[in-house]
Design a protein. Structure first.
Length: 278
């Protein structure tokens, strides 16, 4: 995720970048979580909890009589989460492909953010098909238990440059983990069908938007540079040299044309929530 063009992001390790990204998205996540109407005193699983920022938000909503388990495959992330945990949370190392160590029908709800990405293993995806993971979630839920799958689904970061941004978004980083040859039904926008195919009922989808407004503070600038690199770092191979030069000119922190310096900068990103009931 490191962006060598931005001195504020030099030597930014994975954990530090994840902390910045989690805090950046926290207001939107908090708003989404509050809209779920999670029952007071309920028990939930945060599958793919990362450093536990959203686990804590979930735990706050269900109250001290409730309980939330955060599960992640990263030992480093779980170690960090354990240092920040709330009284009614527990963090464990685990793989969403193998949840047999958790008791069947023991959760009222399961929340999973940016985790059930279907695609090639070499891109870091947990599986090339969603059904096995969702079948595992189904087993863990109590009757009438609810599954919440949340994914980053779109963004607009380059105000005034719609054609350039559209071209950049054809690069592999912007469409990952979806690659040529993948079945269209494996794209995240078809997650309602995933839920139905695993036996969930009342499948629904809702999209939430978060605004990014100037003037931007330093942390927001750093996050946007991380996101630029994440989505478009390899786009030089895809777009023309003229377009790449234009992109570098408007995103380089040392450029007079840097759009992040604009007091009236505006961008946004969206998350889509897919919900199903056992």
């Amino acid at each position: 995720m490191e962006n060598s063009r931005d001195p504020t992001n030099q030597n930014l390790d994975e954990l530090s970048a994840y902390i910045l990204l989690s805090e950046f998205r926290k207001p939107l996540m908090n708003s989404i979580i509050k809209s779920l109407d999670l029952p007071d005193g309920s028990k939930g699983l945060d599958a793919g909890c990362g450093i536990g920022v959203y686990t804590s938000l979930l735990a706050k909503v269900v109250g001290l009589k409730g309980f939330v388990i955060g599960l992640d495959i990263s030992e480093e992330f779980i170690s960090y989460a354990n240092k920040k945990n709330r009284e009614n949370t527990e963090f464990i190392i685990g793989d969403i492909n193998s949840l047999d160590h958790l008791q069947a029908e023991s959760f009222d709800w399961i929340w999973s953010t940016d985790t059930v990405w279907v695609g090639p293993k070499e891109l870091g995806c947990p599986s090339e098909k969603p059904k096995g993971i969702l079948d595992g979630f189904y087993r863990l839920l109590k009757p009438r238990g609810v599954i919440f799958l949340l994914f980053w689904t779109s963004h607009k970061f380059l105000p005034g440059y719609p054609l350039l941004e559209a071209k950049l978004n054809t690069s592999s980083g912007a469409t990952a983990p979806f690659v040529n040859g993948m079945p269209p039904m494996n794209h995240i926008m078809n997650a309602k069908n995933w839920l139905i195919n695993s036996g969930f009922k009342d499948a629904s989808a809702k999209t939430y938007v978060a605004d990014i407004k100037g003037p931007l503070d330093q942390n927001t600038r750093r996050v946007l540079q991380i996101l630029f690199q994440m989505f478009w770092g390899e786009a030089e191979k895809t777009v023309s040299q003229e377009d790449w030069n234009k992109y570098e000119n408007i995103t380089n922190p040392h450029s007079r044309e840097n759009i992040l310096d604009r007091n009236h900068y505006y961008g946004f990103y969206t998350y889509t929530l897919f919900k199903g009931v056992k």
